[in-house]
Design a protein around this ligand. Structure first.
Ligand code: PRX
Length: 576
C-alpha cells in the first residue's frame, strides 16, 4: 500500500466545501438528519418531484437545468420549469396509454432531451423507469424487456427496428412510442401540462437497471424513491455542487451514474447540468468544458486515460480555468491519472466508489479531506463500510477481504426483479457483500484490490462473461466459449474469448488468414446481437475449455494461463 498523500489547503469563507469537516459529520450524522434536505409530502416522497418540481416553487424556476448539445453541434436548453412541464405532459400521455403505478416503462434512447424529461414523467406518475443503453442489440434488449415485463417502451426511429425484431417474444409490451415521430411530438404538445404527482411511499419502486454478475442473465436491480435522499446528500458532499456551478457528468443514464448524478442527485441540488450526446473525442470534450464554463466534472478513468493519451498540448488550447472540482467513478483510478490531473488542470480527480446495487456513492474522497493517492477514500457519513471475510466476519485493518456495507442505507437496492433469492444472496451475516475485494488502512481509507468474481469491467462498463459466452455459442461455428477480462492499460480490461470451434469449421480454417477472418466475424456477431460495447476484442481458438467435473467453465484458469500466473487449485477440474 503506497502512502502518497495529496495534502489539501483548508478552504474557508465562500470557498469552504459543502462538507467542511468529514470527521465531525461522519461521527454525528444519521440519515434522519437528511430529512430537511429533500421535500416530502406528509411522509411520502417522489424522487422526480425532488429533482425538478421543488425548484419551480423557488427563484430557480427559470434557471437553466439542462444545457444539451449533440455531436452535430445542435444545442438546446431547458429551465427547471420547462422540464417540470414537459415531464408532466409525458406523465399524462403515459396515463392515456394505460400506464399505472408500478408498471415498467423502458427508455431505449440516446442521450436526447426526451430521455431526461420522460424519465422524470415516469417517476412522477408512480411507474418504474428502466433505462437501456442505445448500444444494446436484440439479445440484450430481449433479456431486459422480457424479464422486466415492460408495458411501454420509448425509443427512436433508428433504434426501433431492433425492438421490432424481438417483439413477438414480448407479450407484456403493449406500446412502443417513437419519440422522433410526429405522432409522438403532437401528442406531447396536446397533452396537459398539469399533473397530479404521485405521492409515492419512499419505498415504492422508482427505477431499475440491468447489471451483470458472473452467471446467468443480467439482473434487474430495483431502486425506490428513497434513493434520492442519498443521491442528494452525496451530490452535495462529494461532488460539492452549488447553485453557481455548471456541472458535467459524462455518464449515460443507461448506467446508474447517469440516473443518480445526471438526473436525480444533481438536479435535486438545483444545479445546471450539461449533457453531451456524442461520442468521446478529446478536443470536443475540452471545447465543451471551455464553452459551458464547466466547474464540476464527474467522469471515468478510461476517459481520463484517453485524454492523457491525447496529450497536454490539446489542453492548452482551451480555457479551463473555471474548473474547480473533479471526480471519477466506475473502475480503479490509477495514481498516474490523478498526478496528470494535478499537472494539467491543477486539480486532483477525486475517486468515488459505488455500484448499480448501492444506488449512490458509498465510499469517496471529499473536497475537505487529504487524498491518499490510489485509495477510494472513506465511507459516506451515515454509512458503515468494512472489510469482511466470506462468512461476514469483520477483518479489521490491513487485511484483504470483501468490501462490505451495513444495510440499510437510503439508496440500497430494494430487490432483484423477479429473483428474490438472488437479492438475498448479496447478504451474509448482516453485511451486504459488494463482490469487490479491498483493504482498509489504519486511517480509515479504503483501497480497491479487484473483483471477487469473474465480472468484467471494460471502459467502466460492467459485462457478465456468461452473456458474451451465450452470444458466441449462438454462432454456428462455435461449440463452446469461455470469456475473461484481460488487463488493458487504456480500458482497464478488454473482453477476451477462448473459443472451441465446430469440427468442420476447424478443418476449413487451418490458415492464419482464415482464422483471423473468422475471429473478426465472431467479434462482429457479438457486437450485432448483444451490444456494441460488449464484444471480444481478442479471440483465441482452443481445443478444450477447462471445466469442473460438473461442467462449469473455470474462467479463473483461463485467466491465470492468459496472464502466465500459477493456475492454483485444480482438484475440482475435469481432465484438462
Ligand atoms: O468493481 C467495482 C467497480 O465497478 C463495479 C460497479 O459497477 P457498476 O454497477 O456498473 O457501477 C459503476 C458506477 C457506480 C464495482 O463493483 N468500481 C466502481 N467504482 C470503482 C470501482 N472500482 C474501483 N474503484 C472505483 N472507484
Amino acid at each position: 500500500m503506497k502512502e502518497e498523500i495529496y495534502k489539501k489547503k483548508k478552504q474557508t469563507g465562500d470557498h469552504a466545501p459543502n462538507l467542511d469537516d468529514y470527521a465531525k459529520v461522519a461521527s454525528e450524522f444519521t440519515w434522519k438528519d437528511a430529512r430537511p434536505y429533500v421535500d416530502w409530502f406528509d411522509g411520502s416522497l417522489n424522487a422526480a418531484y425532488n429533482a425538478v418540481d421543488r425548484h419551480v416553487q423557488t427563484w430557480r424556476k427559470n434557471k437553466v437545468a439542462l444545457y444539451w448539445e449533440d455531436e452535430a453541434g445542435n444545442e438546446k436548453k431547458y429551465t427547471f420549469d420547462e422540464l417540470s412541464l414537459l415531464s408532466n405532459k409525458v406523465g399524462n400521455l403515459l396515463k392515456d396509454f394505460g400506464v399505472e403505478r408500478g408498471d415498467r416503462v423502458f427508455l431505449f434512447l440516446p442521450r436526447i432531451p426526451e430521455l431526461y424529461f420522460s424519465f422524470l414523467g415516469i417517476l412522477k406518475i408512480g411507474a418504474i423507469a428502466g433505462t437501456l443503453f442505445s448500444a444494446f442489440q436484440e439479445q440484450a434488449l430481449c433479456d431486459r424487456l422480457e424479464n422486466s415485463g415492460a408495458k411501454v417502451l420509448l425509443t427512436t426511429r433508428d433504434l426501433k427496428s431492433r425492438v421490432d425484431a424481438i417483439r413477438k417474444k414480448l407479450p407484456e409490451l403493449k406500446h412502443i412510442l417513437v419519440v422522433d415521430e410526429p405522432t409522438f411530438t403532437k401528442s406531447v404538445e396536446k397533452s396537459s401540462d398539469v399533473l397530479h404527482i404521485a405521492q409515492t411511499d419512499p419505498d415504492d419502486y422508482a427505477f431499475m437497471l440491468y447489471t451483470s454478475g458472473t452467471t446467468g442473465k443480467p439482473k434487474g436491480v430495483v431502486h425506490s424513491h428513497r434513493a434520492v435522499v442519498q443521491e442528494h446528500m452525496t451530490a452535495r458532499w462529494v461532488l460539492d455542487l452549488r447553485d453557481e456551478d455548471t456541472y458535467w457528468c459524462t455518464a449515460d443514464p443507461g448506467w446508474v451514474t447517469g440516473i443518480a448524478y445526471e438526473i436525480l442527485g444533481s438536479w435535486s441540488n438545483g444545479v445546471a447540468a450539461l449533457v453531451y450526446a456524442g461520442r468521446f473525442d478529446p478536443d470536443r470534450w475540452y471545447t465543451l468544458l471551455d464553452k459551458y464554463n464547466v466547474t464540476v466534472w464527474y467522469t471515468a478513468p478510461t476517459a481520463i486515460r484517453m485524454l492523457m493519451a491525447a496529450g497536454q498540448d490539446l489542453v492548452k488550447k482551451h480555457n479551463l480555468s473555471h474548473l474547480r472540482h473533479l471526480c471519477s467513478v466506475g473502475e480503479p483510478l490509477n495514481p498516474e491519472a490523478i498526478r496528470w490531473g494535478l499537472k494539467v488542470f491543477g486539480l486532483a480527480f477525486h475517486d468515488t466508489w459505488w455500484q448499480t446495487e448501492t444506488g449512490a456513492i458509498c465510499i469517496a474522497n471529499y473536497p475537505c479531506m487529504d487524498i491518499k493517492i490510489g485509495s477510494m477514500g472513506k465511507p459516506v457519513p451515515g454509512l458503515t463500510a468494512s472489510i469482511v471475510d466470506d462468512k461476514g466476519q469483520d477483518l479489521g485493518i490491513n487485511k484483504e477481504g470483501n468490501i462490505a456495507l451495513k444495510p440499510k442505507w437510503p439508496s440500497m437496492m430494494h430487490t432483484i426483479w423477479r429473483r428474490p433469492q438472488k437479492y438475498q444472496s448479496y447478504f451474509t451475516n448482516g453485511w451486504y457483500l459488494s463482490g469487490d475485494r479491498g483493504m482498509l488502512d489504519k486511517d480509515g481509507y479504503f483501497w480497491f484490490i479487484g473483483r471477487a468474481d469473474d465480472v468484467i469491467k471494460t471502459s467502466g462498463e460492467r459485462v457478465g462473461p456468461f452473456e458474451v459466452e451465450s452470444a458466441l455459442v449462438a454462432h454456428p461455428a462455435v461449440v463452446e466459449a469461455g470469456v475473461i477480462g484481460k488487463p488493458d492499460a487504456m480500458r482497464g480490461e478488454i473482453i477476451k474469448a477462448f473459443v472451441v470451434l465446430e469440427k468442420s469449421v476447424l478443418e476449413s480454417t487451418k490458415t492464419k488468414a482464415a482464422q483471423e477472418k473468422l475471429k473478426e466475424e465472431l467479434s462482429q456477431y457479438v457486437k450485432k446481437h448483444l451490444a456494441g460495447h460488449a464484444y471480444p476484442r481478442e479471440i483465441e481458438f482452443i481445443d478444450k475449455l477447462p471445466k469442473t467435473r460438473s461442467g462449469k467453465i473455470m474462467r479463473r484458469i483461463l485467466k491465470a494461463k492468459e496472464l502466465g500466473l500459477p493456475v492454483g487449485d485444480t482438484s475440482t477440474l475435469e481432465d484438462y
